[in-house]
Every structure is written in C-alpha cells, then in structure tokens.
Design a protein around this ligand. Structure first.
Ligand code: NSS
Length: 432
C-alpha cells in the first residue's frame, strides 16, 4: 500500500480530501443497481460510506462481482474520494478496484420488521447495525471517562475475585457454582474485597461484572451486569456522594463531547446532568410518594414502580439517603442521630429511570459488625476475614457501586437494559 492509497475508515472520507486514492475494508450494508452504475453502502467500524462502481472504471470481472455481491459480504475496495451532493454524506468513493474477501450467504436473518426475540437470538449479527455499534462505542467511551476521572483523583484500580464464598448483597440472589469439592458463588459486588484493599491503598476502584440470580424480568435487571465500584478510607456518606456526582457528570459531559457522531446515529440530543445533585432523605421520598397517591409505608424498600414515580418528579439525578436498616444490606453504618436508619445512599436517574447506584458508609466498629451480621441471619464465621478488617486498624470508610448498563440505558434513553450490553444475560437468556 503506497502513501497516497492509505487504508481509511468511512468517517475519514471528507470532501476536503477530494481526489485522494484510498483503500477501504468493510461489509456490504446495502446495494443498488443502476445500469452501468452500482451503489454500495459500505459499513465499517466508523460508519457508512457510499461507494460508486462505474462499469467503465473497473474490469468486467470486478463489475460482475459487485453486481452479485450479497449483503454482509466482506470486501476491499480502492478508489478516489469524490464530493457528490447526491451521496448521503455529500461525499463518496469512486471505485477502481473491487475485491470480495468473503461472500455472505443469502439468508442474512436481520431484516426490517423482524421481531425482538429473533434479534436477540441473532444478537451476534444484530450488533453489526450502526445503531447498536453506536451504543457499544458510547459504553466503551463512558467506561474510559470514568477511569480517567478516578485515576485523576488518586483512586487505584484493583481487580477482585469473581469466585466468592459469602454474600455481599443477601443470599437470595447468589449464583452457586461447583468449586471442585467445595461450593462457591459468583460475585454480586466486589465491595467486601475493596474494603480490604483500602487499608492498603486508601482509595480503590474496580470495573468488573456482578451476578445476581434475580428472576425479575424488568427493563432494568440483568443476571450479569457490570459495575463501577469505588471505596475510600476516611470517607463519609457526604464524601462518597460528592465523588459520585463529580465522576458521573464528568463522564456524561465527556460522552456529549466525544461521542457526537454516535449520538447523531441514535438521533439523540444529549444534555449532560448538572452538579450538585439534590439530596433527599428516605423519609422525604416516602412523603413525596404518599402525596402522589402511591401506597407505601415507612420501612418498605422502593421497587421499580415507586422509583419510576419518584424519579419522574426530577430532571437531574438525585440522591436518596438514609434508608431504614431493613431495606439495605448488613454492612451499613447506622445513622448516629437515628439508629432506625442507615448512612446509605442510592443515586436515582430522573425521568422515570430510577436507581443507578447504591452505596454508603460502612460499619467500622468490630462489635457492631458482628451484631449486625447476626441480626441479618448470617453466620459470622462466613465473614471472618471481613470482620478482621475491623480488628486491625479500622477506619471510617464509604463506597458505592454504579451499574454501567443502568447508566448507559439512562443516558441513551434505551427502552430496555439489555440494549446496553454486547450479549445480554437475563433469566431467560444465556445464548448467544
Ligand atoms: O446492590 S447494589 O445496590 N449495591 C451493591 O452491590 C454495593 N455492594 C455496591 C458498592 O457499594 N460497592 O447494586 C449497585 C448497582 C445498582 O444501583 C444498579 O445500578 C446495579 O448495581 N444493579 C443492577 N444492574 C442491572 N441488573 C441488576 N440485576 C442489578 N442489580 C444491581
């Protein structure tokens, strides 16, 4: 390949480069025959570009190949960039060499009008669609931005085990696996391991999968999802809220700035959230819901319905703090001003989306932790190493876990959480 025929991607093809000889590799997205002209829409990782094949400018064999080429065949084409107002992007490539790398079978199953279930069964092919590709690119960009923010704020990245022996978020949603002659579970959250890590590294984060055997078939539950989890020593409930609002706002602004093309593909005008996020207490949230005629009494946790109603009242993400003890897991520090509630926090996305993160201040006292573990019907011997952390130099500490798919679903206003993953896992789907 010479310098003036460098391989480019569809989005690099611009009017200013008129006349430049380029090589493109991609897949046939669409084809139209027009006498001596064949128009191919070529798809690559960057997007779509029109290729015009003129019978006079390629060999007869190449023209015939282009005529027969099937949708989704992989091809290599060479040609000159040409501005043309009739082309969808005002620019195209006039082909002078056409080569099929692999001819696709003619029964490509993704067509206009096929049902949702078929699309999910054929997810390995559906992800080629420019819209799905745009979502996946934004998800990747979001993860990079979160990492960028956490690294810049002295959080150290750690990776924690996925095979575990004791529940972080309650036994009911544990996936059990056979671990040679023992029994183990899949991680629901890396939190407990991060609590050990902060006694060494002070501020840590992990971007890892979590597993929940939740039979809930909702638009916001997966059985395998990813969390950004962070934990900090010497941090209070208020500190962990500030970290979350800054991190999330930074990442959302970054998406708005860096993913313009992808947002355009999805037809979205995106306005990132603004800091500070409002903080309301659980008690205030209950009153608000009761005023909206929702039948809920103090002490009950919010389900999808309550969160939808509540978050519809807001235009910006907001924190709900100080949930009652029985709504939350065993590790939450009681509020020193009112031991009925905990120093816990959920972050809710507005406009009906609901919870995107959960966290709070952890119990740092040895006796209180053991007492709580017992009160929650758990066995302290299962948590021996975790209790040790309170034995040797315990500190006030807090952390959170933010669900990546929940955030992406909210940013992109996706109808279902499974649209925010490459290959979603739900109670009814582990294939493909
Ligand atoms: O259960 S959480 O509320 N909290 C934890 O796992 C803490 N141990 C995290 C921490 O403090 N390090 O889950 C955290 C978030 C929650 O707000 C959602 O955004 C997401 O994880 N999450 C889920 N996303 C998709 N599907 C399911 N089933 C799901 N469960 C939680």
């Amino acid at each position: 390949m010479t310098n003036n025929e460098a391989q480019m991607h569809s989005l690099d093809i611009k009017k200013e480069l008129e006349g430049k000889l380029v090589t493109l590799r991609g897949w046939v997205y669409a084809k139209r025959l027009h006498g001596k002209l064949i128009f191919i829409t070529l798809r690559d990782s960057a997007g779509l570009i029109q290729i015009t094949i003129n019978k006079e400018k390629v060999t007869e064999e190449e023209f015939d190949q282009a005529k027969d080429v099937t949708i989704e065949s992989s091809v290599t084409i060479k040609g000159h960039i040409s501005s043309d107002l009739r082309a969808p992007r005002g620019v195209e490539v006039q082909c002078n060499s056409f080569n099929i790398n692999s001819m696709a079978h003619t029964d490509y199953p993704i067509r206009l009008g096929v049902g949702k279930e078929i699309l999910l069964d054929k997810r390995h092919l559906q992800i080629r669609s420019p819209k799905v590709a745009a979502i996946l690119k934004i998800r990747g960009a979001y993860i990079n931005l979160v990492r960028e923010w956490l690294n810049a704020h002295r959080f150290k990245e750690v990776t924690c085990p996925i095979f575990i022996t004791a529940a972080c978020e309650g036994g009911a949603t544990l996936f059990q696996v056979k671990y040679f002659k023992k029994r183990a579970f899949l991680s629901q959250s890396v939190q407990l391991y991060q609590e050990a890590a902060i006694m060494s590294l002070e501020k840590v984060y992990s971007i890892e999968p979590s597993f929940r055997a939740e039979l809930s078939r909702t638009r916001r539950h997966l059985t395998e999802f990813w969390q950004v989890e962070a934990e900090a020593a010497n941090a209070t409930l208020e500190d962990i809220m500030k970290i979350q609002e800054q991190m999330l706002t930074y990442a959302c602004k970054g998406v708005a700035e860096k993913c313009k093309e992808e947002l355009k593909t999805l037809g979205l005008i995106y306005n990132p959230p603004k800091t500070p996020f409002l903080r309301i207490t659980y008690n205030e949230a209950i009153k608000k819901l009761q005023n909206l005629d929702v039948k809920i009494t103090w002490g009950s946790d919010f389900g999808a319905y309550e969160e939808r109603v509540l978050s519809k009242q807001f235009k910006n993400p907001f924190f709900v703090i100080k949930y009652p003890k029985k709504c939350k897991a065993f590790y939450h520090e009681p509020d020193p001003k009112n031991s009925d509630v905990t120093l816990s926090v959920d972050l809710l996305a507005p406009e009906g989306f609901g919870e995107i993160s959960g966290g709070g201040q952890r119990i740092s006292d040895y006796d209180l932790l053991i007492q709580n573990i017992e009160e929650f019907g758990l066995n302290p011997s299962d948590y021996e190493w975790y209790i040790d952390l309170r034995k040797y130099g315990s500190v006030v500490h807090s952390g959170f876990g933010m669900g990546i798919e929940r955030v992406i679903r909210w940013i992109l206003k996706l109808p279902h959480i499974r649209d925010a993953c490459l290959f979603p896992r739900t109670p009814v789907r582990v294939y493909p």
